[in-house]
Design a binder for this molecule. Structure first.
Ligand code: SF4
Ligand code: FES
Length: 253
């Protein structure tokens, strides 16, 4: 066996549904190319399971290029696995060694219930977005070009960085309290830093934080694990900004 092909032992979390207790199943996979992506390795496993008449492993994916945030896997105890700044779909098998045992689990949080195997329900994130992650503008007729409003370069850059959050949920999965603060802070910040977002800033931060609490996410205790595991490098500075926004909004009320 060349070094470019790996023999692996996979310990994969299998769970029939929300109410099932679930547990790890062990699978042996031979000759996996180091050039394969992690999800391609999962495809190979599923082809073998289907060929032998077994139920394939359910896992989420869509774009497979780090954009959609669907590929929420917890690999060897890390959200999106051992590489940094990448999603699971961008993780390559060259990060593993021949003979490795790889534990593959769903993102675990009370607010992310397991649907099946490695697929979790992250609609709680959608409901937080619906609570305020938007600006209200009339887009019919002659809309004003956004570029006509002068914006401080640092604010524009910081807003852009915050807007790169893909809603994957790795911040929640990597937090010992299952806090969603980094996600919500990114969504609040991308608007708070721009003049277009200031109009509804007060209601936005109050409504989004209230919805976050309502969904059952835990509190932030500033361990910084979310920032380390975030594939888009969303900074903890956003949490500090959201806390300032929340305090100012609460005082207004
Ligand atoms: S803040 Fe980072 S880890 Fe959290 S949802 Fe956004 S991209 Fe994913
Ligand atoms: S499948 Fe879209 S980010 Fe991984």
């Amino acid at each position: 066996m060349s070094k470019e092909n790996l023999n692996l032992t996979l310990k994969v979390w299998r769970q029939k549904g929300k109410k099932d207790k679930g547990g790890f199943e062990t699978y042996k996979l031979k000759g996996v190319s180091t050039h394969a992506s992690f999800l391609e390795m999962m495809d190979i496993l599923n082809e073998e399971l289907i060929t032998t008449g077994k139920d394939p492993v359910a896992f989420d994916h869509d774009c497979r290029e780090g954009i959609c945030g669907m590929c929420s896997l917890y690999i060897n105890g890390e959200a999106h696995g051992p590489d940094r700044g990448v999603t699971t779909c961008q993780l390559h098998m060259r990060m593993f060694k021949d003979g490795d045992t790889i534990f593959i689990e769903p993102f675990r949080a009370k607010a992310f219930p397991v649907i099946k195997d490695l697929v979790v329900d992250r609609s709680s994130f959608d409901r937080i977005q619906h609570a305020g992650g938007f600006i209200s503008v009339n887009t019919s007729g002659n809309t004003i070009d956004a570029n006509t409003i002068p914006i401080n370069k640092k604010n524009a850059d910081d807003a852009f960085d915050a807007a790169t959050c893909i809603g994957c949920g790795a911040c929640v999965a990597s937090c010992k309290n299952a806090s969603a603060m980094l996600f919500v802070a990114a969504k609040v910040s991308q608007f708070a830093l721009l003049p277009q977002g200031r109009v509804e800033a007060t209601e936005r931060v109050l409504n989004m934080v209230n919805q976050m609490d309502h969904e059952g996410f835990g509190n932030c205790t500033n361990t910084g694990a979310c920032e380390v595991e975030c594939p888009k490098g969303i900074s903890l500075e956003n949490i500090a900004r959201m806390n300032r926004e929340y305090l100012a909004a609460s005082l207004k009320g």
